[in-house]
Ligand binder design. Structure first.
Ligand code: COA
Length: 328
């Protein structure tokens, strides 16, 4: 029997209305629009309302994806949410989303892989369909990064934004996911982390006073690893298929920093202006949601057409990374 082909059959996104521009940030920390644009390529980012949690954004994106796949919530067999900013530790954000979609028997769980979360979640989802266990899997990547951002730390607060993307996976006749490469290196976990709030350092007055419930990052070091890891991951996903850089129509990367993406493109020998999809200017780094929203917008804008071979490529805290080749 032929192996099932698994593809993305619906996409959705949600971006909160509130825009935080570099000019706004100039009033909050000692920074400039020039510095942020020059070092990161970010012009503005979206910030969720106080009463808007990660699950709320995920549900908006999910509803759009369901509509685009012409499916009803009852058609979904499994729900996966990729997030490092869950509504709360437990229940999982996936269970909260499930309840909001009104499909209270559907299995649901979160994956915590930081910025590579969308790639990991797609990889997991695809196995359930390939094996014939499930027909339709709803994957969401949703983050309220503003809730873990230290608005007194200029080296990190200029980078992050909030948003959500969603994809529905199902069997397709042609193309679909051609290869998956995932990786992780726990020895470099200190480069990007939120130190307190877990079982190691539960919330206390001293952890709050020490601002340990915000993300901490060693930007320079991370930058170096990101370039190397994303280029390697791209190679690991494309090489087994015999694909060269020229065979890829568009790379849809995690949007961490425009300089990282230009350096990755250079290593791969491709023209970033033509073949790298960018929306970082509008949204900043939305962790797992970045590549999900980027994929949705690339398709909306007609940058991905039927028959195109595209590459999703991400890295993040953990460290984790992943790359997926899809024939659209
Ligand atoms: N505005 C103005 N100056 C700033 C600033 C800001 N927002 N943030 C940092 N600076 C200053 C620093 O204090 C430093 O000043 P000093 O030389 O007087 O000490 C100077 O700018 C250079 O800082 P540095 O950290 O070396 O800058 P950089 O070129 O490495 O850029 C990042 C910083 C964070 C943009 C960059 O390292 C980066 O993008 N790293 C990867 C981050 C990432 O991808 N994270 C997510 C992973 S998924």
């Amino acid at each position: 029997m032929d192996e099932k082909k698994v593809g993305i059959i619906g996409l959705g996104k949600y971006l909160p209305e509130n825009r935080l521009t570099n000019k706004d940030l100039e009033k909050i920390v000692d920074t400039t629009d020039d510095w942020i644009m020059g070092r990161t390529g970010i012009k503005e980012r979206r910030i969720a309302r106080d009463d808007e949690a990660t699950s709320d954004m995920a549900v908006h994106a999910a509803k759009m994806a369901l509509k685009s796949a012409k499916l009803k919530p009852e058609d979904i067999d499994l729900i996966i949410v990729a997030t490092i900013t869950p509504d709360m530790f437990f229940p999982s954000t996936a269970c909260i989303v499930q309840n909001k979609l009104g499909i209270n028997r559907t299995p649901a769980f979160d994956v915590s892989v930081a910025c590579s979360g969308f790639i990991y979640a797609i990889a997991i989802a695809s196995q359930f369909i390939k094996s014939g266990i499930y027909k339709h899997v709803l994957v969401m990547a949703a983050e309220k990064m503003s809730s873990v951002t230290d608005w007194k730390d200029r080296s990190t607060c200029v980078l992050m934004g909030d948003g959500a993307g969603a994809a529905i996976l199902g069997e397709v006749k042609d193309g679909g996911i051609l290869s998956i490469h995932l990786g992780a290196d726990g020895s470099k976990g200190d480069l990007l982390k939120m130190p307190a709030g877990g079982s190691r350092l539960p919330a206390s007055i001293s952890t709050v006073e020490a601002r340990m419930h915000f993300l901490k990052m060693q930007g320079n070091e991370l930058f170096r690893h990101a370039v190397k890891i994303m280029a390697e991951a791209a190679l690991k996903a494309t090489e087994p298929l015999g694909l060269k850089a020229d065979d890829i129509s568009l790379i849809i990367p995690h949007q961490a920093n425009i300089r990282i993406l230009n350096a990755v493109a250079k290593r791969m020998g491709i023209d970033p202006a033509k073949k790298v999809y960018l929306n970082i200017e509008k949204y900043g780094n939305m962790s797992a949601a970045s590549s999900a929203v980027a994929l949705c917008e690339a398709v909306e804008e007609g940058r991905v057409k039927k028959g195109d071979t595209i590459l999703l490529d991400a890295f993040g805290a953990g460290l984790t990374w992943g790359a997926i080749v899809i024939k659209w």
